[in-house]
Design a protein around this ligand. Structure first.
Ligand code: HSE
Length: 427
């Protein structure tokens, strides 16, 4: 039976989960995969953490050179996160001819081209299923399941923290700050939540997923990004009255390889859209392929065991495949110059205004919209105050630029006290 030695760099949440899966399923993999996977060593400064998992003292290393120098290590698992020292460690492993499995979305989306070039030099494998959507096998699906298709769109809820916050705001009628604090206390959100709530984490993943889906490099700086920190409770409620659910969506669209649109932002989707029922910290990705039609993958996007599942699946893949697969496109630092990234994208829009309830105000607002060729599809007026009332408009499909210009003019109208929110409506 083939023996395969694994090194784990970092025993945080994902590293510990990975170790437990490898330890507890060793016999199962012998039987089902015909390979003997053993953890040869771990790189972890906190030795106690490793000892608590039952790892022998002699297998706990504190520098990468020892890992690379161990001839029994075939596959190096990087689960440290962030750019450095993870990048130097991964490059050292690849230079040493070891295959690498990583969950590191930030490192991967920013330096994929450099890591892949290093891997090719030594014919090493480079696997990253765990970098996107945790335990959901989205990367293998794109590479090995959807390859018969021209993928035209990808819409995902790919950040669990923000989905958890929005779900609770929606269910319990609570404000953003209140739910965030609670999510931090419960361990669902980090102490510094910026990467999740400002949409960075989702944009790292969208950069990787859309590159794979559209077979061209989609650099991070091409991904438009907005987070959920400005979302008001009232908008979730008014949206619900109109039949919508609010989600942080990651959207990629491709018209055949030349025009690509990639964006992460809060958006309303209809209550009957398959993504509308993806709640709490769950993730899902909805794909459209020209042959298969629509498919959706759903599951846990984070956590020790779900992400560990994706890591170990890559370790098994690395151990059982000698032909290494790299990106299906020229993997360079910058985008292919023939690809146009659409910035004036098309969407429907939810606009909430606070106005003084005077004769003719609606006509004035509608007048501005029509000047920009924007037509209204839904309208809601909440006569809650005596003088100042909220008005909610939903537009037909229009362009981002038209909406921005129209909103500027509407905000300047006499009797319009404030344009409170402008939220895209998708699907
Ligand atoms: N923090 C991420 C999330 C998981 O909330 O989905 C890792 O990318």
């Amino acid at each position: 039976m083939k023996s395969v030695g694994v090194a784990i760099l970092g025993l945080g949440v994902v590293g510990s989960g990975t170790y437990k899966i490898l330890r507890d399923h060793r016999e199962f993999y012998r039987q089902t995969q015909g390979i003997d996977l053993s953890v040869e060593c771990v790189l972890e400064i906190n030795r106690q953490r490793a000892l608590d998992l039952g790892i022998e003292e002699s297998k706990i290393y504190d520098n990468i050179a020892e890992v690379v120098g161990n001839p029994n290590v075939d596959v190096v698992v990087e689960v440290i996160g962030g750019v450095e020292p993870a990048k130097s460690f991964v490059l050292a492993a690849l230079h040493g001819g070891k295959s690498v499995v990583t969950s590191n979305k930030e490192l991967f989306c920013k330096y994929w081209y450099e890591l892949e070039a290093a891997a090719k030099r030594t014919n090493a494998g480079l696997y990253y299923e765990a970098s996107c959507v945790g335990g959901v096998p989205i990367i293998r699906t794109l590479i090995d399941g959807m390859q018969a298709n021209v993928v035209t769109s990808l819409t995902g809820i790919i950040n669990g923290t923000t989905n958890y916050i929005l779900t609770r705001m929606s269910r319990e009628g609570l404000g953003y700050q209140e739910v965030l604090k609670d999510a931090q206390n419960l361990g669902y959100a980090e102490k510094n939540p910026t990467a999740d709530v400002e949409g960075y984490d989702a944009s790292y993943k969208l950069s990787i997923l859309s590159s794979l889906a559209f077979h061209t490099r989609v650099p991070l700086d091409k991904v438009y990004r907005e987070g959920i920190t400005e979302i008001a409770q009232q908008d979730i409620e008014y949206g619900r009255d109109l039949g919508y659910v609010l989600k942080l969506l990651a959207i990629g669209k491709n018209d055949g390889g030349k025009n690509i649109e990639v964006r992460v932002h809060p958006a309303f989707i209809r209550q009957d859209h398959p993504l509308a029922s993806v709640n709490d910290s769950f993730n899902a990705v909805y794909l459209q392929g020209d042959s298969v039609g629509d498919i959706m993958l759903y599951g846990r996007g984070a956590g020790d065991m779900p992400t560990g599942s994706a890591i170990v699946s890559d370790v098994i893949y690395a151990a059982t495949h000698s032909d290494v697969k790299y990106a299906t496109f020229k993997n360079t630092e910058h985008a292919d110059k023939n690809v146009r990234f659409v910035t004036d994208f098309k969407s429907r829009y939810y606009i909430r205004l606070t106005v003084q309830d005077r004769v003719g105000i609606l006509a004035k607002v509608a007048g501005v919209l029509s000047k920009y060729n924007i037509s209204i599809s839904d309208f809601l007026q909440k006569a809650e105050g005596v003088e100042n009332i909220p008005i909610i408009l939903i537009t037909h499909v229009t362009s981002e630029l038209s909406v921005r210009r129209a909103v500027e003019k509407i905000a300047a109208l006499e009797d319009v006290l404030e344009v409170n929110s402008v939220i895209r409506v998708e699907g």
